[in-house]
Design a protein around this ligand. Structure first.
Ligand SMILES: Cc1cc2nc3c(=O)[nH]c(=O)nc-3n(C[C@H](O)[C@H](O)[C@H](O)COP(=O)(O)OP(=O)(O)OC[C@H]3O[C@@H](n4cnc5c(N)ncnc54)[C@H](O)[C@@H]3O)c2cc1C
Length: 387
């Protein structure tokens, strides 16, 4: 597979890198300290059109392929910024694009593309179900022209900074369906109207500044016209977006790994101890070379998964492997970077400890490494389901 990209993608990469240059380490350090949201950064990305890359031109977007969206996110991470503040807008939109009706697309997509509406929140995970998504308990009951929603989500990132949430809820109890993936539906919740009228958002203080929250639904009324696709078929709609999510997160991890590698090779060349650069010692040089090779291999898998996705081919195995390999490579790069910096790796001013905390997330979310391994074991290698 060729790694060379078309010149338009190279130009997009360069302009993302230029934009990110206006948001240096001190910008992110201050936000991290204050637990604040990078509004200026997200606005700049929106105004430059990068966040609407995947919206078709008919709805005001750029109509670019997933591989270009992946390049955008990779550049953001490679520049030391954090796409986690807004990346969901790229991948959750797929449910609306692929399964929404024309009225829903007209209602939301042009506003999202113009930057007047933010669709950043994705409510899937619940405290009692965790990874076992079909066991979610949040329930939407049809009452005339509305659904009435009760339940709770956890780790709903960016809910306080988003106008719209894509919500997964049961519309038939698990005990009443033949197949556990049936009876789950997807809704667009307009949080501007919902907050204080059945929707409560509580921030969670976490290891990194990820604007994540708990969300409570207490008789929240959502118009039936906000149901995406057919009632009860939502699990399928969400699954179809997961490959895109995995590829995009994989690309972000590649960007992170490149940031760490760049940072540590620079430091290894310059830091002199015992009268020589520490990078002259194989104990420092070899782990960096090893993680570089690991990153390049993962990068190939991310690009292959994106190419398959863009060609409309089945990319489930590649998307999962890409996300896992890239997350492992970025974590290994993060750990090696701290080791290379020694004590200074722990000092806030080098940004290494912040990126280290941020990079750790992707071995757990949006899908943990174990669940990817079990996907490969079962669906690629044909072994028995392990759970
Ligand atoms: C900062 C942050 C942001 C997030 N943002 C969002 C968001 O915006 N929207 C959203 O819906 N969710 C979000 N999540 C949730 C995230 O997707 C989940 O944390 C993740 O899917 C794992 O689920 P869990 O935490 O419930 O772990 P659990 O399901 O409780 O699993 C715990 C551990 O057990 C392992 N495990 C469980 N079952 C098995 C098995 N059968 N075999 C082997 N190992 C197993 C898992 O791999 C994991 O390591 C976010 C999480 C974090 C931390």
């Amino acid at each position: 597979m060729m790694l060379e990209e078309p010149s338009e993608v190279v130009e997009i990469r360069e302009s993302v890198a230029r934009l990110c240059g206006s948001f240096p380490g001190e910008y992110w350090r201050k936000l991290d300290r204050e637990g604040a949201y990078p509004s200026e950064f997200v606005t700049a990305l929106t105004e430059a059109g990068f966040l609407s890359a995947l919206i078709p031109e008919d709805y005001g977007g750029a109509g670019l392929p997933l591989s270009t969206a992946a390049a955008i996110l990779e550049e953001i991470q490679k520049a030391g910024c954090n796409g986690g503040a807004c990346h969901a807008q790229m991948y959750i939109m797929g449910a609306l694009l692929r399964h929404g009706n024309e009225d829903q697309k007209q209602r939301y997509l042009p506003g999202i593309a113009a930057g007047d509406l933010r669709m950043q929140a994705f409510g899937v995970t619940e405290p009692t179900s965790g990874t076992d998504t079909t066991s979610i308990k949040t329930f939407a009951r049809r009452e005339g022209s509305h659904y009435v929603i009760n339940g709770q989500k956890v780790w709903t990132s960016r809910a306080e900074h988003s106008d719209l949430m894509l919500l997964l809820a049961r519309t038939t109890p698990k005990s009443d369906v033949g197949k556990k993936t049936d009876g789950i539906s997807v809704f667009i919740v307009d949080m501007r109207e919902a907050i204080g009228n059945g929707l409560t958002i509580k921030p969670i203080r976490a290891m990194m500044n990820h604007a994540t929250t708990e969300v409570f639904f207490d008789d929240l009324k959502v118009p039936a016209e906000n149901l995406i696709g057919e009632e009860g078929k939502g699990f399928k709609y969400i699954l179809s977006g997961m490959n895109a999510e995995r590829i995009l997160i994989g690309a972000e991890c590649i960007g992170d790994a490149k940031w760490f590698i760049d940072k540590m090779t620079g430091y290894a060349r310059e830091r002199v101890v015992f009268g020589r650069p520490i990078g002259a010692n194989q104990g420092i040089q070899f782990p960096i070379a090893e993680v570089y090779a690991q990153m390049r291999a993962a990068e190939l898998m991310v690009r292959q998964a994106a190419a398959l996705f863009d060609a409309g081919e089945n990319c489930g195995a590649e998307a999962n492997m890409a996300k896992m390999l890239a997350a492992e490579a970025s974590w290994k790069a993060a750990d090696t970077c701290i080791q290379t910096f020694g004590g200074f790796g722990f000092a806030e001013e080098y940004d290494v400890e912040r990126k280290f905390r941020e990079a750790r997330l992707y071995r757990v979310a949006p899908i943990s490494t174990n669940l990817i391994l079990s996907f490969i074991g079962e669906h690629v290698l044909g072994m028995p389901k392990s759970y």
